[in-house]
Write a protein that binds this ligand. Structure first.
Ligand SMILES: *[C@@H]1O[C@H](CO)[C@@H](O)[C@H](O)[C@H]1NC(C)=O
Ligand SMILES: *[C@@H]1O[C@H](CO)[C@@H](O)[C@H](O)[C@H]1NC(C)=O
Ligand SMILES: *[C@@H]1O[C@H](CO)[C@@H](O)[C@H](O)[C@H]1NC(C)=O
Ligand SMILES: *[C@@H]1O[C@H](CO)[C@@H](O)[C@H](O)[C@H]1NC(C)=O
Length: 296
């Protein structure tokens, strides 16, 4: 109990600092890329830039806001080589989340997902945006190029989730199939299920508030994604139309220890497994490229 409080006291200033940075960035509209395109040659490069995995694929710019994760992870993190498929089934598949390192090698897929390559290949294809609330009501179709130019930006803390358009899944499989066929999906598929992909790209501070569905895996290709998870019988305290970012600011810091969800941030090279019907909320800490594999 004491340790938990110390951690909370330590992490709260970090969260507040992150929010201040985010707000400051949003109060300076002259820095928004779409308003100064002539100063941001990296937005539409003429020449293929050199590609290094650690540079975020060109998605995360140095000038971007980035949120801090709080450094802890309440979920088991294991090297995939130390957990056999049988052990995965016995210890995690039906009972609790786990983060597995090096379960997949998506070096090639990562190169295909750099900003330059994706815009070149898929700029004219359609993406279906969904509002970022628990029940994701409204859908809007735009070209991928328009999504990147107009919609891809940090989440504002003032805007409600049901008024935020977010690209996470709802992928038109015929238009995006040629990309997804290069994704190496997690080999630990549950018996009697098959896999369906959900691919997205979104700015820092975006995410989906608490919801649940069937089991699956989530991997970030670029950027970091913070996860909050609660077992099926422990519905978290949240408002379905508020963003994860506002939940993190308004509700998370005052939760009693026994009501706090598990908390873990995943990075490229890590895969998070979420069991059937576990509540979860996500928060992209950077401009992140991510893909989930739903098992159903
Ligand atoms: C991952 O795949 C890349 C490209 O195929 C290869 O060069 C690299 O050695 C692989 N990494 C590991 C750890 O297997
Ligand atoms: C979003 O949700 C809020 C509160 O739940 C509601 O007042 C508002 O009308 C909703 N906005 C839209 C566009 O439906
Ligand atoms: C997917 O894209 C194809 C080709 O552009 C289009 O004909 C089809 O209607 C789209 N499907 C959905 C569900 O939007
Ligand atoms: C959430 O937003 C939706 C659509 O924007 C609205 O229909 C619904 O009533 C809102 N829910 C709550 C609990 O405010």
């Amino acid at each position: 109990m004491k340790m938990k409080m110390n951690q909370a006291a330590f992490t709260r200033p970090l969260i507040l600092l992150s929010l201040c940075l985010l707000l400051r960035a949003e109060q300076r509209p002259e820095q928004r890329p779409e308003q100064r395109p002539e100063q941001r040659p990296e937005q539409r490069p003429e020449q293929r830039p050199e590609q290094r995995p650690e540079d975020g694929g060109g998605w995360s710019l140095n000038s971007d806001v980035r949120l801090e994760d709080d450094g802890r992870c309440d979920v088991d993190v294991l090297d995939a080589s130390s957990l056999s498929y049988q052990q995965f089934l016995e210890r995690y598949a039906y009972s609790r989340p786990v983060v597995l390192r090096a379960l997949t090698n998506n070096t090639n897929f990562r190169l295909l997902c750099s900003k330059w390559t994706l815009l070149q290949e898929y700029g004219g294809r359609t993406v279906r945006l969904s509002t970022a609330n628990t029940y994701s009501y409204r859908k809007v179709d735009v070209s991928f190029q328009e999504y990147v130019d107009v919609f891809l930006k940090p989440q504002s803390t003032e805007v409600l989730g049901n008024d935020t358009l977010y690209f996470f899944g709802d992928n038109n499989m015929s238009e995006w199939q040629s990309l997804f066929q290069n994704y190496v999906s997690p080999p630990y598929v549950l018996p009697l299920t098959s896999a369906a992909y959900s691919f997205g790209i979104a700015g820092p501070g975006t995410g989906v508030p608490f919801h649940w569905h069937g089991p699956g895996f989530s991997e970030v290709i670029y950027g970091r994604k913070r996860w909050f998870l609660s077992p099926p019988d422990k519905e978290p305290h949240f408002h379905p139309n508020h963003t994860t970012l506002s939940w993190l600011r308004d509700i998370y810091p005052s939760l009693p220890e026994d009501e706090a969800p598990l908390d873990c941030t995943i990075r490229p090279g890590e895969v998070l497994y979420f069991p059937d019907r576990w509540w979860h909320a996500t928060l992209n800490l950077d401009t992140s490229v991510f893909i989930s594999t739903f098992l159903g």
